[in-house]
Design a protein around this ligand. Structure first.
Ligand code: FE2
Length: 294
């Protein structure tokens, strides 16, 4: 099968485009790569954009874009998707830097765009704001976790990294422990979008920077059990939750285990089903407040 190998960007509807653009540029420290009438493209990497903001009535993550390998056949990928009875469309020049994409919807209605990156943009990392390495993962509340997990594995080639009991799945499409995660809570909506920082020192700077700019943490800093990443969550001006993280587990795909770390309890640490236990959420012990689930 042809597997997607990287998240390229996430697309969000947001009521106040200017305010949210300012948050991404001045607070998170992404570059404003392009601006059209009601759409803004933001990036921090060799990708032209990692975040797309569109003016919309309600803040929500409405789209996810993934890359397939440069030598993969986009037409064959489209056939692979269609073989599951999924309606696809082929779009020419759908966004800046993307010449052709296969577009379809996941079972909860999020638009999925799959493409091959044929040009790099070599954008400079900013000097102001938090300045993450990249968009790392997007997490969703879902009504049916088994159904959506199977969809991403069967149609896009994701792999299951870990589960928390039977209600929270963590899926990878590359070396990072998770690029998507789905928590069954009864409704389909965005949970959080996560940006990768360098290390603990960068997390520390980011928490102080957020505080100095009026952003209070919702949960963290802590270290998740599942994925073992350092984490800190805050809310963007449009109400959506942003996670900053570092030290996420990385898998050695051929050997089937995560790179060993001193904070692992299993040695080697392999994909597994974790018990619903506070340590799966935060090895350092502090649980999230109700505000995290709003
Ligand atoms: Fe996360």
């Amino acid at each position: 099968m042809i597997r997607v190998s990287k998240i390229a960007h996430a697309t969000y509807d947001t009521p106040d485009l200017d305010q949210q653009t300012e948050y991404y540029t001045d607070i998170l420290g992404l570059s404003l790569a392009a601006k059209e009438k009601d759409t803004v493209y933001l990036a921090s990497t060799v990708d032209h954009h990692s975040v797309v903001l569109r003016k919309g009535a309600q803040a929500n993550c409405v789209g996810l874009s993934f890359q397939i390998a440069p030598d993969a056949d986009l037409g064959a990928f489209e056939k692979q998707v269609a073989a599951h009875g999924i309606q696809t469309t082929r779009k020419k020049d759908p966004e800046p830097s993307i010449s052709e994409a296969v577009v379809f919807a996941d079972p909860k209605g999020t638009t999925i765009e799959v493409f091959k990156r044929d040009a790099f943009f070599h954008q400079k990392f900013q000097r102001k704001g938090i300045v993450p390495h990249k968009l790392g993962h997007v997490a969703f509340h879902v009504a049916d976790v088994k159904h959506i997990t199977k969809f991403y594995c069967d149609v896009l080639g994701f792999r299951e990294s870990d589960w928390m009991a039977d209600f929270f799945s963590f899926l990878r499409c590359g070396p990072d422990h998770h690029t998507l995660n789905f928590m069954e809570t009864g409704s389909n909506r965005h949970f959080h979008s996560a940006f990768e920082l360098r290390d603990w020192g960068h997390m520390h700077e980011a928490c102080d920077f957020l505080s100095l700019n009026g952003y209070k943490l919702l949960w963290g800093p802590g270290r998740h059990g599942i994925g073992h990443n350092l984490f800190a969550y805050h809310r963007a001006p449009n109400g959506l939750i942003t996670e900053t993280f570092a030290e996420l587990d990385r898998v050695n795909e051929e050997l089937g285990y995560f790179e060993p770390r001193p904070w692992h309890r299993d040695n080697p640490q392999r994909p597994k089903v974790w018990a619903k236990d506070p340590s799966a959420s935060n090895l350092w012990g502090i649980m999230p407040g109700d505000e995290m689930m709003k």
